[in-house]
Write a protein that binds this ligand. Structure first.
Ligand code: FES
Length: 225
């Protein structure tokens, strides 16, 4: 019996069919597993191993290489505060200290209610809006202490549910064309390194991501909308 929910299992099988070798689908499958469980559970890892024709040790070894995969349960919101050079010069350590006080946990810790996990992160590639942080990989820049408090309140109240996705969901871009899952021609062509069909369009549902960035630019956190 599948550990994955039916919809996740279907997406997983479609992903596997896109690749000439099933094991090449391992990383996207891990994101799917994490999307369902919030972290990479034993059952999720076992299922990815079965889908990719590998072993659970192979899957765990791969997942352990990447920071974005959680091998232990984490909070509903993973708040990663960048403390690299640009952010450090803009007060990132003061922000991190404030986050620790506000949430009552040190980096790596999870709040008692299971809502927040705090992380001390390396450069998040938003240096122009330092200091910055991500929540489940959605960016928030120019975060001062007051904005941090508002962000936590908004997350706690569910006001950012449309903008901050669950763990595992990196992108809201859905492939609509391109390599055809299960298609004979696609598999054959792809195995020779030639896509069977060039993408003609992508079903881009970036409204939420765009909204998150726009709200950041517009000082969303101050407005609390
Ligand atoms: S140093 Fe913080 S995002 Fe680059």
């Amino acid at each position: 019996m599948s550990h994955f929910h039916p919809e996740i299992r279907q997406r997983a099988e479609e992903l596997v069919a896109l690749y000439p070798r099933a094991r090449s689908a391992m990383l996207p499958l891990l994101h799917l597993a994490q999307e369902q469980d919030g972290y990479l559970s034993e059952a999720g890892i076992d299922e990815v191993a079965a889908l990719t024709g590998t072993t659970s040790a192979d899957v765990r070894g791969t997942a352990a290489f990447y920071d974005m995969f959680h091998l232990e349960p984490v909070g509903r919101y993973v708040v990663a505060v960048c403390t690299n050079i640009a952010c450090m010069l803009q007060g990132a350590y003061r922000l991190l200290e404030h986050a620790e006080e506000r949430l009552g946990v040190a980096p790596g810790g999870t709040t008692g209610d299971g809502l927040f996990t705090l992380e001390d992160a390396e450069c998040l590639a938003l240096c122009g809006n330092a200091p910055c942080l991500t929540v489940n990989w959605r960016f928030f820049g120019d975060v001062d202490l007051g904005r941090f408090d508002t962000l936590v309140e908004d997350l706690r109240a569910g006001r950012l549910d449309d903008e901050v996705p669950p763990h595992g969901t990196l992108s809201r871009v859905q492939r609509a064309t391109g390599l055809q899952a299960g298609g004979e021609g696609a598999a054959g062509a792809a195995s020779e390194g030639v896509p069977a069909a060039l993408p003609t369009h992508l079903d881009l549902d970036t409204r939420r991501t765009t909204a998150a960035v726009a709200s950041m630019d517009a000082g969303h956190l101050e407005g609390g909308t």
